[in-house]
Design a protein around this ligand. Structure first.
Ligand SMILES: Nc1ncnc2c1ncn2[C@@H]1O[C@H](COP(=O)(O)OP(=O)(O)O)[C@@H](O)[C@H]1O
Ligand SMILES: [Mg+2]
Length: 338
């Protein structure tokens, strides 16, 4: 399945935005990947991966450790060359010759922030800004510090900051060049829940501004909360779509019914309804597999009342993205043998 990327092109009031950076470009997708593979000798990091990321989209790249997420980011960020396949990043074909042009239009925030701990936040940002040929460096730094709410810490040594604050400095650094695509590799890895929430809020505010974000994570709730679409990678791409689409695609729809007492003859009540394909008893009732919950629920209610049952509730079951993920991984022979 490879649906076209959703057209999330939120208007950008602020200068830090992918849409403004891409203005004038003929490219509608921020990233296009076609049959990309990377091998290290005999080891396959990722294989035959194809997807597109729309401009202004937050695209989640989800997979267990060793799935090939970082290697994919490093490839698209021009740090390593693919073994085969092709890609376009920020409208520019991926090739060794185009490396500098691509790097000037993207940013990568690696898993470990890689800051100079004996320099202040401001000195770090000045140092990294100096690696680009940027105009108006001080204004860019102020804007990036403002975007991550770190204006007050500009003169603190990075070594004195918590891990969560260092991650925010790294995010500020990634915003300095006003990137067309921002690659975030496990941005909340190792952070406590409060720092994680702060980073999530920052990503959500970048999403609001229309920044195109490629977010790798093994945290399902992170992908579900922040991403327009999610791809599940485990060396090969397993699924791609909106979180709600993935749930529907993988699971048959089901309805939970809770009764005051179990049915004396469930087969005669539930088995007689064409909308119900099967059922499992639960401690307080039944889980029913149905063709369409909107058709099944009224028919079920009538049948249960007719059978003299006291209904406590009838509700469609909702699967989390975690259910989808675990279902995929548990079916995955490669993952089991890894
Ligand atoms: N430079 C390298 N040399 C050899 N193997 C590598 C190298 N980088 C990554 N790999 C392998 O590629 C696979 C994918 O790794 P990685 O992309 O880091 O996964 P993830 O980020 O999803 O945890 C792993 O089996 C890893 O050991
Ligand atoms: Mg990784």
């Amino acid at each position: 399945m490879s649906p076209p990327p959703a057209a999330h092109t939120a208007g950008a009031a602020e200068p830090i935005s992918a849409t403004s950076t891409l203005a004038g470009s003929t490219c509608e997708s921020a990233v296009v990947v076609e049959h990309l593979s990377k091998h290290f000798g005999d080891r396959v990091a990722y294989q035959d991966v194809s997807f597109e990321v729309g401009v202004g989209e937050v695209f989640g790249f989800l997979g267990p450790n060793g799935a090939g997420k970082t290697t994919t980011v490093r490839t698209l960020g021009t740090l390593i060359t693919p073994s085969s396949g092709s890609a376009t990043v920020a409208g520019i074909p991926l090739s060794p010759r185009n490396g500098p042009a691509i790097r000037s239009r993207i940013s990568m925030m690696p898993e470990s922030p890689g800051l100079y701990l004996r320099l202040t936040v401001l000195e770090n940002l000045q140092c990294f800004a100096g690696l680009y040929t940027l105009d108006d460096v001080r204004r860019r730094i102020d804007r990036a510090l403002g975007a991550v709410n770190l204006e007050d810490r500009a003169h603190d040594l990075c070594g004195s900051l918590s891990k969560g604050l260092r991650q925010r400095v790294a995010l500020a650094r990634a915003l300095l060049n006003d990137p067309a695509v921002l690659f975030l590799d496990e941005p909340t890895s190792g952070l406590d829940p409060v720092a994680t929430r702060e980073v999530h809020e920052l990503i959500a505010s970048l999403r609001e501004r229309g920044v195109t974000i490629f977010l790798t994570t093994h945290r399902l709730e992170e992908a579900e909360r922040l991403c327009h679409r999610v791809a599940i990678l485990n060396t090969t791409l397993r699924l791609i779509g909106r979180p709600d689409e993935l749930r529907e695609q993988l699971f048959r729809r089901s309805v939970e019914v809770r009764l005051r007492a179990p049915l004396s003859d469930p087969k005669s009540v539930l088995g007689a309804l064409p909308e119900i394909e099967g059922w499992e008893p639960t401690p307080s009732g039944y889980t029913l597999t149905v063709t369409d919950p909107d058709l099944a629920a009224p028919a079920l209610a009538r049948a249960l009342v007719g059978a003299g049952a006291d209904i406590l509730s009838i509700a469609e079951s909702h699967h989390s993205l975690e259910d989808v993920y675990l279902e995929l991984i548990s079916e995955d022979v490669e993952a089991k043998s890894r």
